[in-house]
Design a protein around this ligand. Structure first.
Ligand SMILES: Cc1cc2nc3c(=O)[nH]c(=O)nc-3n(C[C@H](O)[C@H](O)[C@H](O)COP(=O)(O)OP(=O)(O)OC[C@H]3O[C@@H](n4cnc5c(N)ncnc54)[C@H](O)[C@@H]3O)c2cc1C
Length: 411
């Protein structure tokens, strides 16, 4: 009799695992995908702003964070970005490589990726059970009894557990899988939203709400420089958003007392900014602070810089600016400090930093050391990647390796 592999979670890992399992077993095992939502792969549709940045040609283990810094290396070596591109090519997806090595389907539609996976799964006649939210697992005599929230049950010989993390719950993953694994003896590191907007003291950003600037964001923890990113930064009423913020947001999970420092004029040194400001004092000596930053900085930003440099009223005359005030302004323009209070929560996050402890899994097969026959992959584990296609690459790489090991143990 054919053995049954149950894949819990029909996301990036689950869908690819099903295809690999079919190919690797040459159709000699039963495969069933159990998905809590009404459709599989909902999150894939939202990736890359609807374009699905499905891998990154520069992906290495250095793009990933977790308790074990090197954990992803083996999996990325076994199933690399090139393997991902080839895998999807064989499902009809031509790719395009954009800035920073980000890879998208040539159609620039995330739905292409999901449709390619779904069409293949349909063609292989793999069973997909949607609206099946796994609530618990019972293990009896080498068999798993998988019980849904509606009380239905399914028996399986092996399990690939791929329920994702806690980010963007409306798209499916709500941490329920993590709870189940914990109930079976696994442990979990601290869970923090990542690739997400950051909260700062509102009074430092509120009046800048809606402004987009292209600048540099540096992150410090206890005065130690950590990392910097350049790009478009958006101010909101609670904090900051935009690609550099998302990229640096993974630091929040790992460091205390984070301070973000924005450089609004990254093409100039502080001395050059001071010289520019001094020049403007001469050029604009006929007007007041209302007009001083016009053409240099966003007007509202200029007002904040003036205010924070001790100028109470915009009626202050430009000709009365002292060198000390100008130096202060230059310093603020180059180093606008924002205390990072929090992230903007799991519902707004793209991924989860933290997860089920990776040292509880075989580092070459991803089989649980606690529950034999159960394999885990993807975001549920304590692995989080940078922004730019790295998180999906982790899903594809871990899916391939764990499916190979799982199928080998079944045939
Ligand atoms: C808005 C957004 C944009 C993103 N953009 C990108 C991008 O462009 N590039 C990139 O690399 N990464 C991106 N990511 C991250 C990436 O999508 C995830 O890291 C990846 O999908 C994780 O794959 P997974 O299979 O582990 O989990 P998921 O894809 O989250 O799949 C888990 C599945 O399990 C199901 N499930 C959960 N609990 C249960 C249960 N108890 N029973 C049954 N089923 C369950 C869920 O409904 C879901 O379908 C983005 C994420 C978001 C939210």
């Amino acid at each position: 009799m054919k053995k049954t592999l149950a894949i819990i979670g029909g996301g990036a890992v689950g869908l690819t695992s099903a295809i690999h399992a079919y190919n690797m077993s040459k159709g000699n095992i039963n495969i069933i995908i159990l998905e809590k939502m009404d459709r599989v792969g909902k999150k894939i549709l939202a990736t890359g702003n609807g374009r699905c940045n499905f891998t990154n040609i520069y992906a290495t283990y250095e793009n990933y964070y977790g308790k074990d810094k090197f954990f992803t290396k083996y999996f990325l070596d076994r199933f690399s970005a090139k393997d991902t591109i080839d895998f999807f090519y064989n499902l009809g997806i031509l790719h395009t490589i954009l800035e920073g090595g980000k890879v998208y389907p040539y159609s620039e539609q995330a739905s292409s990726i999901l449709d390619a996976l779904r069409n293949k799964i349909d063609s292989l006649k793999i069973s997909v059970k949607t609206e099946f939210e796994v609530k618990s697992l019972n293990i009896k005599k080498d068999k798993f009894k998988i019980i849904s929230s509606k009380g239905e049950s399914i028996l399986a010989d092996k399990i690939i557990f791929a329920t994702g993390g806690c980010a963007s719950q409306n798209l499916g993953s709500n941490g329920s899988g993590i709870k189940i694994l914990k109930s079976l003896g696994h442990t979990c590191t601290k869970l923090t939203p990542a690739l997400v907007q950051l909260k700062t003291p509102p009074e430092k950003v509120k009046s800048l709400k809606g402004i987009k600037i292209t600048g540099n964001l540096k992150m410090y923890s206890n005065n130690n420089f950590l990392k910097e990113e350049y790009g478009e930064i958006l101010f909101t009423d609670y904090g900051i958003s935009g690609p550099p913020v998302f990229q640096l947001s993974t630091l929040f999970a790992r460091y205390n007392n984070l301070i973000g420092v924005i450089d609004f004029m990254p093409n100039f040194s502080e001395e050059e900014v001071f010289k520019i400001l001094k020049d403007r004092k001469k050029i604009l000596n006929y007007t007041n602070m209302e007009n001083y930053f016009n053409g240099l900085l966003n007007k509202r930003l200029g007002n904040i810089i003036a205010k924070n440099s001790g100028i109470e009223k915009l009626s202050f005359l430009v000709k009365d600016l002292t060198d000390d005030i100008l130096k202060n302004m230059a310093n603020l323009i180059k180093n606008y400090k924002l205390e990072i209070l929090d992230t903007n929560g799991f519902n707004n996050a793209q991924v989860t930093a933290g997860g089920i402890n990776t040292d509880e899994f075989d580092s070459k097969t991803l089989e649980s050391k606690i529950i034999k026959g159960l394999f885990c992959a993807g975001e549920i584990l304590d692995v989080v990647g940078d922004c730019g296609g790295f998180n999906l690459q982790w899903a594809w790489s871990s899916s391939y390796v764990c499916t190979e090991a799982c199928v080998k143990s079944m045939i």
